[in-house]
Write a protein that binds this ligand. Sequence first.
Ligand SMILES: *Cc1c(COP(=O)(O)O)cnc(C)c1O
Length: 398
Amino acid sequence: MTIKKMIPYGRQEIFKEDIDAVVSVLKSDFLTQGPCVPNFQGAVENKIGVKFSCATNSATSALHISCLALGVGPGDSVWTSPNSFVASSNAALYCGASVDFIDINSETLNIDVLALEEKLRVAKRLNNLPKVVIPVHFAGLPCDMIRISELSHEYGFKIIEDASHALGASYFDKLNSAESLIGSCDHSDICVLSFHPIKMITTGEGGMATTNDSKLFERLLLFRSHGVTSNKKLFDKRPKGELWNYQQIELGFNYRMTDIHAALGISQLKKLDYFLEQRRDVASQYFARLTELPITIQAQTSKSSHHLYTICINPDLTSKSQKQAFDHFLDMGIGANLHYIPIYLQPFYENLGFRRGYCPNAEFYFRNCLSLPIFTTLRRSEIDYVVNTLFEFFQSDV
Ligand SMILES: *Cc1c(COP(=O)(O)O)cnc(C)c1O
């Protein structure tokens, strides 16, 4: 069996309606700062059930201004998961804060809430509690937000969810006896979404911060656009008679989303339920068919959006290595990938003083994991091919 084209681990799906939506903005009066950005924000707010949202040119920008809105600065500490993309922790460094990592739970692959609790207890004694914790919903599986939020009240930190993988995911909220959608900020201060083409829906590049707090929302808007406001209530006093229609009151950035991108977002959001269904279908195929292999798979403790599908080779059960699997997949035309190299093992972070062995679960997972293709247009025959390739790999002698 030969498949000429490489099957990627993820890709976007663009419809004719998406293209038409973008073209109509190109023919309109506003390429940026027009009606599409507020319309996209409104559509996301309705879909998720959250009061405010601030669309940005990337999730990385959204993470940065979320930290700034919460007052993160030099002398502060921000904690996050090592099993994430570097952007989750770079955001804290942009603000001049220091960053630290909580090891993951080997079953959920999200931050281990027991490890978090222990680390908080120690930090309290040493008087270096974090200002913000950034839980990452790895692969689209929601973290234990109820417990993390209880700890935030006990220890006085704020929560920014990095939900770059998790638009459409949800968990059962036992406090409200209802399903809580990721992005609703039911148990966090801010939630960040990504619209990179590999994520759940796309705007090309793009991101968003959601919140229910009007003060935080105002600050997000400020930092998104140069720190400049035209809201007179926020103005500093200036001599009478001078015409001031805007003021810069913070050092902000240009992190705005354009109307071209927002139009694509509005159109893509309409497909979210379909996208989720397609991804859940691929994942359920894998769950059903990858049993009896020497691998472990992320425990499904709540309702994932299935942004990624990763396996972890169990070295107690096979002599086959991750590298052999990776190379074999590439030979067979399957673009396997790694999610993630623990952030603190990156050379830049090692230069900050982090050392190997710091988060053993995240490192074990990194040395044995492999991401399988999962995306909305993955065909049944391609799933068969991936599954067969895996079975043949583990059955053959190397
Ligand atoms: C993709 C991703 C980001 C960054 O998103 P961009 O929109 O590309 O800036 C941040 N965190 C995680 C976990 C991601 O997967």
